[in-house]
Design a protein around this ligand. Structure first.
Ligand SMILES: Cc1cc2nc3c(=O)[nH]c(=O)nc-3n(C[C@H](O)[C@H](O)[C@H](O)COP(=O)(O)OP(=O)(O)OC[C@H]3O[C@@H](n4cnc5c(N)ncnc54)[C@H](O)[C@@H]3O)c2cc1C
Length: 594
């Protein structure tokens, strides 16, 4: 049975020593999140995740969710009790707006809470995070009345939320969406259609579920410009806001799937259900992007979280399992064989996982801090710059952290040998659960193309230029500092690769868009490696500053950083080389040759 220990110490190191979160005390909500309060909250969350959510991870996988003949859905045993414990802890609305009952705490803190929860039980955690996505969309685009009616109960956790985009014939290409919205005399709409793959579409955790549904108003233009966003509650509300009549939205079936069995992935049938327009007609995709961007960051965190929990269990196993002898001679001659951890190839996998996990965590928290600045700063220029950063880093975090996170769950499984393939050890569940993160919330190929096809040219490349300038400025400041050279020089080289790839796209994608399409995944990975490398440099600075206290933990950071620079960041060269070969060989064969 796998175990989990929340990495509270590392989060505190990133918040206090790398990001210096105390510098942002001018932002609303930050003074309430002093280091001692943050540490206490994280310790409390860690306890919940380790003792309540993690033991249910295997139960959820084994038992799954059940749909009953009346369309109701039961979550796995223990989930409901755990959900209400989580609600009682006040975690659900911790970062939500205070005027609707949230605590307004910085998301740089609550993203760490989210990572712990996803590591301990991703299927369970998804019931809680979708409500927060719905809150973000309604808060940004809903009317004052909608905010008053729906936000307090979503924020308290009394009600849950869903996002309903996908239909049987379209997921990525939402322009083909067919769900209809017929206007009614009272300004509401009659919603008719079928949505598939809806996470947490139906369940027994809450009294009500607020579905955010994309549909096309009768007579609306075809394509993405004719899509609107609707609130469709499972139970309609009385005039006083109490739960009233059942709405015509039902779960037709639960998908049988590869992983996250504890989360009900539902086919949802809308049979003339009453819906309420959010924002302007035909601007639904724009409004839904608020929810999707939040969800994309959350999915990136899921990739990291699965990598972290898989790593922790691989370490335990590598120290216990005896096999062979160290190449340099027995390390434990008193034992019949040395433990796996003495072997360089096993070390390669452990170091790869850990060097990724720590940098990815820093990247997530850095970006969450930018999100706080974008939403809370009084300075318009600061808000703009932070918003640019979010737009740029969202596809990178979603795509790279899930690609590498999944690869790491496979590394961890590999360390278990044959036992990793056997359910009892739980490692194959991490692999299965992590796999979906590369697909949902926009498949990773789409994230890569968003980065290259949309974000690169947006606002004349303003966000890219700012990112490059920040990393280049950092490198320049350390020019000639010999102690930093093993970290800064590789970063400088990798940044050079990224710049060259960017210029190559600017010169070669306009003449042949497939040059952009065929190189976009390599570009996203290259970008991610540079961003993670930058995080390692910042962590080295912080570790060196800490080093004076003589603890070995900070010296370990330097070793991990060196490993990242030598073994992982070096991959940027291959990504650049592949990008520069263009699309010719990829696209040469006609479709009927496959
Ligand atoms: C477990 C699970 C939970 C989910 N939860 C939700 C949910 O809560 N709400 C919701 O609305 N949806 C949900 N989804 C749906 C999910 O978001 C979609 O499956 C995903 O967006 C991909 O859409 P698709 O399956 O239709 O694949 P397609 O759109 O058919 O794409 C197939 C492949 O082709 C690639 N591709 C497609 N178009 C292009 C293009 N133009 N350029 C390059 N490559 C392209 C994609 O990257 C992908 O790899 C969930 C899915 C699963 C499996």
């Amino acid at each position: 049975m796998p175990t989990y220990k929340a990495p509270v110490d590392h989060v505190m190191f990133v918040l206090n020593d790398v990001l210096h979160v105390e510098r942002y005390n001018n932002l609303p909500g930050f003074t309430e999140a002093s280091p001692d309060i943050v540490e206490a909250v994280l310790a409390e969350t860690a306890k919940f995740c380790e003792e309540v959510a993690a033991p249910l991870n295997r139960v959820g996988d084994r038992e799954g969710c059940r749909r009953h003949p009346d369309g109701s859905v039961s979550t796995p045993p223990g989930f409901k009790d755990a959900y209400w414990k989580f609600v009682a802890g006040g975690w659900i609305g911790a970062s939500a707006p205070p005027e609707y009952g949230g605590q307004g705490l910085p998301t740089v803190m609550t993203q760490a809470v989210r990572e712990f929860l996803y590591s301990s039980n991703m299927a369970f955690a998804m019931y809680t995070s979708l409500a927060m996505g719905a809150v973000a969309a309604i808060y940004a685009h809903g009317s004052a009345e909608q905010k008053a009616r729906y936000l307090p109960k979503l924020i308290s956790g009394e009600w849950a939320g869903t996002m309903d985009l996908t239909e049987p014939h379209c997921g990525t290409d939402l322009g083909q969406l067919r769900t209809r919205a017929a206007p009614l005399a009272d300004d509401s709409f009659k919603i008719t259609g079928t949505k598939i793959f809806i996470s947490a579409g139906e369940h027994d955790l809450t009294d009500n579920i607020i579905h955010l549904v994309l549909a096309r108003i009768d007579g609306a233009p075809a394509g993405t410009k004719g899509i609107s966003l609707f609130i469709v509650p499972k139970f309609l509300l009385d005039t006083d806001g109490a739960v009233g009549a059942r709405n015509a939205v039902t779960c037709g079936s639960i998908e049988e799937k590869m992983g996250i069995h504890g989360n009900a992935t539902c086919v949802m049938n809308y049979d003339g259900a009453t819906g309420f327009l959010v924002g302007e007609p035909h601007r639904g995709l724009f409004a839904m992007f608020t929810m999707m961007n939040a969800a994309r960051l959350a999915v990136g965190v899921q990739g990291l979280a699965q990598s972290e929990v898989a790593y922790q269990n691989a370490v335990i196993y590598a120290k216990e399992r005896l096999a062979g002898r160290a190449l340099t001679g027995a390390k434990f001659p008193q034992l019949p064989a040395d433990p796996l951890i003495v072997h360089a190839d096993v070390r390669r996998m452990l170091m790869t996982m850990r060097a990724f996990n720590e940098a990815a965590r820093a990247l997530v928290l850095w970006t969450a801090l930018k999100g706080d600045i974008a939403r809370r700063s009084a300075d318009a220029a600061e808000r703009q710059a932070a918003d640019d950063h979010m737009g740029l880093l969202t596809p990178v975090i979603k795509g790279v952290l899930t690609d590498l996170g999944f690869a790491n769950t496979v590394h961890a499984q590999q360390i278990f040998g044959g036992h990793g393939y056997i359910a009892e050890h739980g490692m194959e569940q991490f692999v299965r659960d992590a796999r979906i993160t590369m697909i949902f919330e926009g498949a990773n190929g789409i994230q890569a193309f968003d980065l290259v096809g949309r974000k690169l040219a947006k606002d004349g490349g303003r966000a890219f230029k700012a990112f490059f300038a920040e990393v280049a400025g950092y490198i320049k400041e350390r020019d000639g500092a010999a102690a930093m050279a093993p970290y800064v020089k590789p970063l400088e080289r990798a940044l050079g690769d990224l710049r060259e790839a960017t210029t190559w796209f600017a010169q070669n994608a306009p003449s042949d868009p497939n040059n952009g399409g065929s190189g976009s995944t390599d570009y996203m990975q290259l970008f991610g490696l540079v961003a993670l490398g930058y995080m390692w440099c910042l962590m080295v600075d912080a570790a060196k500053a800490k080093g004076a206290d003589g603890t070995t933990t900070w010296e370990q950071k330097l070793v991990l950083a060196r490993f990242f620079m030598e073994k992982m960041l070096s991959a940027t060269t291959a990504h650049l080389a592949r990008i520069k070969t263009g699309a010719a060989s990829t696209m040469a064969l006609p479709a009927d040759a496959f």
